[in-house]
Design a protein around this ligand. Structure first.
Ligand code: NI
Ligand code: MN
Length: 236
């Protein structure tokens, strides 16, 4: 399957650039500088139209403040993180919550459930309440639907995400330890039934041992294609 005019670029870990068919650029879970797998050429991004943050952990919003300042793009996140980011100087935030949809032209972004935590660690080590972790369903101008699961374990209501949004592409964590591993992710694929699954959140740290080959082995005979991306390489 091809992305019908859209393109996705993985920048390592959970960071993705989504270029839509009318050249809107969405960045999900920006962690650029400091992300060991983000190619240096992508440490600065220009012409970003929308930033999505799934939860409050540094490896998902470590570059959100800087990227928002550099691009002026609004940051979409849960209400608590949006409020936190305002306090960090982000001018344009859109706080929402699960089940809600925000619209940008012909693009729709829906926040969905994730089974994970969302505390924000302050510089002094305090934990700031960051609301609940979520994921995002992006419906592009051409109808192509992408599901970025954020950090999560598998959960049975992924079947609801399938029924309501029928994602064509699922971006799923597989590294284990902080999220699901290939075993749970293969179960998630059977619930979601996407045309394509793109593994993420693996190989960044030693603890994240899950790998795409293991996921592929667990999905032999399924209709879903496992697409392994290299950081910085555009997939259309
Ligand atoms: Ni996390
Ligand atoms: Mn994470």
């Amino acid at each position: 399957m091809r992305l019908e005019g859209a393109a996705i670029t993985w920048l390592g870990h959970a960071t993705f650039v989504v270029d839509t068919p009318t050249n809107q650029r969405i960045v999900v879970d920006p962690w650029l500088k400091g992300n060991p797998r983000c190619p240096p050429a992508f440490h600065q991004l220009a012409q970003v139209d929308l930033i999505l943050v799934s939860h409050g952990h540094f490896d998902h919003m470590g570059s959100a403040v800087e990227l928002a300042a550099a691009t002026g793009a609004p940051v979409v996140s849960n209400f608590e993180i949006a409020t936190y980011l305002q306090g960090q100087g982000v001018a344009n935030t859109i706080g929402m919550n699960k089940g809600g949809t925000v619209t940008f032209g012909d693009i729709k972004v829906t926040m969905v459930h994730a089974d994970h935590s969302s505390g924000i660690i302050a510089e002094d080590g305090r934990v700031i309440y960051g609301g609940e972790a979520g994921g995002f369903v992006m419906t592009l101008e051409n109808g192509l639907t992408l599901y970025h699961a954020g950090d999560t374990n598998v959960f049975s209501d992924m079947a609801v995400i399938r029924d309501l949004y029928a994602p064509d592409v699922a971006l799923l964590p597989i590294g284990g330890h902080f999220t699901m591993s290939p075993k749970e992710a293969s179960y998630a694929v059977r619930l979601l039934k996407p045309k394509i699954v793109v593994p993420m959140h693996y190989g960044t740290f030693d603890a994240l041992t899950g790998n795409p080959e293991a996921l592929r082995d667990l999905l032999v005979g399924e209709d879903t294609e496992v697409v392994t991306l290299e950081p910085g390489v555009r997939y259309e």
